[in-house]
Design a protein around this ligand. Structure first.
Ligand SMILES: Cc1cc2nc3c(=O)[nH]c(=O)nc-3n(C[C@H](O)[C@H](O)[C@H](O)COP(=O)(O)OP(=O)(O)OC[C@H]3O[C@@H](n4cnc5c(N)ncnc54)[C@H](O)[C@@H]3O)c2cc1C
Length: 505
């Protein structure tokens, strides 16, 4: 029966996605949900090749993605064995023995328009002994293993934090696949063996599968992972290499059984001799991996170091993953948009990869070609925002390595003394001088994130904002005491993380 809806007569852009990992199915699910009348979506994936299957810690933004798809959060968390994540605890980064939480939330509350950390810096100079982290609701929740959803009442301390998920990456893509298939995405199981370019435009015209089938499209989304089949292989969009700043190029991963006791609502990153180790607690197991520099440690030694550090025997043999830090010079080139690992890679120190894929999917939807015609201006805007995200995250990750006093291994000596990008050197100097944090409105990692890493790793500014001097310390001290008491009461009234997950009282 012919549809009465006039939008059905419009010419739909034929989108062909290559790759059915997290990135591919995120793109497919979102495109079919948001642009059902503007595009048809076909996804090609190869079970023989498989997916990366790691990527278990996320950022709070993913909640908006789940909500945008109209998915019930509780069901989503149950199916993907998800736990709540309040931030990342960094151990041994600034110095061996140090630990701090990079929380998904603010520190304190501004007073008379003065950012809280300046008030705290001033009181510290007056002899106060606490840390900025004592003024984070998230920090206290994580320390006590509690969880309650934030509220939107601006006056409430429960509006000062967010949360993300930690989930089983091997369950996330299949969940999105079922969602997308139910809404009309066409899936083809098969391996792409050849790519035909249009001789005039240089655009991708068609893909050839191992079965011999030819697949044509208007817009190709490269989600083929590290292979970067279209954006790298066929189109040859240049790669910007950042491994001189971020030399970690391997990871060895092995899950283990959960220890007895409550599940912690945060990810842990522990610095190791040649990199760092992640620990991500899920409902049914713990995800672990050692991200390291192969110039400083070989794969066997990294596997042994990881296994030795596990709290329980591994549930599978350690798996080695190889990568390079960097990104495509143009994530969207001709009629190929790369999303996920095909577009770039930054080590998972701050769990940013899925966020980057989500951002790229959202930008693609916002800049989607009208009637299949790709405008240069849209493509440029897409690339501008993707580059901005990558560059910001790159600097933030480098800070974790540069802000160290560790001199116990060749790796840490190299990291401590490396020359950082000018964009980061300027930010660090700005903070060192007077506790100021470079401000921006787009991209990831705002003031609290930078504060957490600077102060958590021992960079203390020489001065504070002079507006803090206008407040009488005799009033400020009791105000800070009161704030800490309010945080303690707020968190004390929350259920345990286990209870929030429905794992008993
Ligand atoms: C060690 C490590 C740890 C990570 N940890 C995190 C984390 O904690 N948080 C986070 O946000 N991210 C993390 N990531 C990144 C995260 O895993 C990826 O962003 C995410 O899995 C997306 O991967 P992808 O879909 O781009 O690629 P993949 O999962 O590799 O999928 C590629 C797809 O392309 C298909 N394919 C490839 N070639 C062909 C072909 N010729 N024909 C047909 N199909 C083909 C494959 O079959 C597969 O379906 C981590 C990554 C690594 C390496």
């Amino acid at each position: 029966m012919r549809s009465e809806d006039p939008r059905d007569d419009r010419q739909r852009t034929r989108v062909v996605i290559v790759g059915g990992g997290t990135a591919g199915w995120m793109a497919a699910a979102a495109l079919i949900r948001r642009l059902p009348h503007a595009c048809s979506v076909r996804l090609i994936e190869s079970e023989d090749i498989g997916i990366v299957g790691v990527g278990e810690a996320t950022l709070p933004h993913l909640r908006a993605f789940v909500a945008m798809l109209g998915i019930d959060e509780a069901e989503f968390m149950r199916v993907t064995q998800a736990t709540y994540k309040l931030g990342i605890e960094f151990r041994d980064f600034g110095r061996i023995g140090d630990a701090y939480l990079h929380p998904f939330g603010n520190f304190g509350m501004p007073l008379n328009g003065v950012p809280f950390h300046h008030l705290w810096l001033r009181m510290r100079a007056e002899g106060r002994h606490d840390t900025l982290f004592d003024y984070s609701v998230c920090n206290r929740m994580a320390a006590q293993g509690r969880f309650a959803s934030p509220t939107s009442e601006a006056a409430s301390l429960r509006s000062t934090y967010g949360y993300a998920y930690q989930f089983d990456a091997t369950l996330f893509a299949p969940y999105l696949r079922d969602y997308a298939l139910a809404r009309g995405v066409e899936r083809t199981e098969g391996r792409v063996v050849d790519v035909t370019l249009d001789p005039l435009s240089g655009d991708v015209a068609a893909l050839t599968l191992a079965s011999g089938e030819r697949v044509e499209g208007d817009l190709f989304v490269d989600c083929s992972g590290f292979r970067a089949l279209l954006i790298g292989g066929a189109i040859g969009s240049p790669w910007e290499d950042w491994s001189h700043w971020l030399p970690c190029d391997r990871a060895v991963a092995a899950p283990c059984a959960s220890p007895a006791g409550p599940i912690e609502p945060f990810t842990r990153a522990t610095a190791m001799a040649a990199g760092w180790r992640w620990r991500i607690p899920l409902r049914h197991r713990v995800g672990n991996g050692y991200v390291f520099s192969s110039a400083h440690l070989d794969e066997d030694a990294a596997s042994t170091a990881l296994i030795d550090a596990l709290e329980n025997p591994p549930l599978a043999d350690p798996r080695v993953l190889r990568f390079r830090a960097g990104r495509r010079a143009r994530s969207w080139d001709r009629n190929v948009v790369s999303i996920g690992l095909a577009s770039g890679f930054l080590e998972p120190l701050e769990s940013t990869s899925i966020y980057l894929a989500q951002g790229a999917v959202e930008q693609l939807i916002a800049l989607f070609p009208i009637h299949g015609r790709i405008a240069d201006a849209d493509r440029d805007e897409f690339n501008r925002t993707v580059d901005l995200e990558y560059d910001r995250i790159r600097d933030f990750l480098i800070l974790h390595y540069r802000a160290t006093t560790r001199n116990d291994s060749a790796f840490w000596n190299d990291m401590r003394t490396m020359r950082v990008p000018d964009s980061l050197a300027e930010k660090m100097e700005l903070f060192r001088q007077c506790g100021r944090v470079a401000r921006y409105t787009q991209g990831l990692f705002f003031e609290p994130s930078w504060l957490a890493v600077y102060l958590g790793q021992g960079i203390v500014p020489r001065h504070w904002d002079q507006r803090a001097d206008a407040i009488d310390p005799a009033q400020l001290g009791p105000a800070l005491d009161q704030l800490q008491a309010q945080i303690a009461a707020t968190v004390g009234a929350m259920p345990s993380h286990d209870a929030a997950l429905g794992r008993g009282a």
